[in-house]
Write a new protein. Structure first.
Length: 324
């Protein structure tokens, strides 16, 4: 099909190339692509909204620099750290002009670099932020990441709580590095990120409660009773702390250390199963479900549970003290 005069051209270059087609308008190169059909699509986009040729040269890495520069101060430190972490897994995209990237580039990167659906959705979040800033700077006219749906878990993984025998084994092996952290988490029932973010100033040994939680409205900044058995473990961790948080590292490093403990004791658990363990142990003691929800930061199912149920600190502590 012959294109109109002045419209531009899509022609194939010689040799073996990853993107063998070159796109020109008035002798100026505006990009490269894998197929002629893709080149014609780029030409059509160009004529709908002509772009600055220099902007067409801006690479993925340069857009990342714009993202960090424009979002610092607007989003939280965790979000910036997420962007930086996911950027490291996009090395094959670094030098590609951002305007040449398409949905399949992004999906391939996500699915090759990220093994779990949670990690894939975090990468998707990062790439959508990249697309948004590229659009703001008129580097692209279409955000191709909009076509990437949320990744869903392929199968439900049943959570297996620690048995009472396994918990006793943990207590009998406190000499093993980080066993204390596993026990603290089993008795607090916090989410991993919540535990990694726990600030020392929010731990009150006078009242035997701490404040923590950051995921849901029901879980945010909730009061959690401290079982007497783990108080010495927490106090010892405070002595070891080098910053304002109980742990000297983030949730990723905690997971790595947790798995080393499991290997040494020949157990098979993931960190989130500490949370399931607390729920199971309290349920086995016939503790009221509303109290369990308050400790774990779960929202009750009914309006009455969520709004009209009020439990005292004494009831929360009594529930924890029912455990050995």
């Amino acid at each position: 099909m012959k294109l109109p005069n002045g419209y531009g051209s899509v022609s194939k270059l010689s040799g073996r190339r990853r993107r063998p087609y070159i796109i020109r308008v008035n002798r100026k190169i505006i990009g490269y692509c894998k197929t002629r059909a893709e080149g014609l699509e780029i030409l059509a986009d160009y004529h709908k909204n002509p772009w600055d040729i220099d902007k067409r040269k801006i690479t993925f890495s340069e857009v990342f620099d714009l993202l960090i520069k424009s979002r610092t101060g607007q989003v939280g430190k965790k979000t910036i750290n997420l962007y930086k972490s996911k950027y490291k897994n996009c090395e094959e995209l670094y030098k590609i002009p951002y305007a040449d990237l398409r949905t399949y580039h992004f999906k391939r990167t996500i699915e090759q670099k990220e093994p779990t659906y949670g990690a894939r959705n975090n990468m998707r979040q990062f790439l959508r932020a990249m697309d948004k800033v590229a659009s703001e700077y008129d580097i692209i006219s279409k955000k191709y990441t909009d076509e990437i749906p949320l990744y869903q878990a392929e199968t439900y993984t049943e959570r297996v709580p620690f048995t009472e025998e396994e918990i006793r084994t943990l207590w009998n092996h406190l000499e093993i590095e980080d066993v204390d952290l596993v026990l603290i988490l089993i008795y607090l029932g916090m989410r991993i990120r919540e535990f990694a973010d726990l600030k020392i100033k929010d731990i009150d040994f006078d009242t035997h409660f701490l404040r923590g939680g950051n995921k849901t409205k029901a879980g945010r900044n909730r009061k959690i009773p401290i079982h007497p058995r783990i108080e010495p473990l927490i106090k010892n961790r405070i002595k070891m702390a080098t910053g304002e948080t109980l742990l000297n590292y983030g949730d990723k490093r905690f997971r790595e250390r947790f798995h080393k403990v499991m290997e040494k004791l020949k157990m098979s658990h993931i960190p989130h199963e500490c949370r399931h363990t607390l729920r199971t142990r309290l349920d086995n003691k016939n503790i009221n479900s509303n109290i369990i929800n308050l400790i774990l930061g779960h929202q009750g199912k009914g309006v009455g549970e969520r709004t009209y149920t009020h439990k005292t600190d004494e009831q929360l502590m009594e529930a924890i003290l029912s455990l050995e």
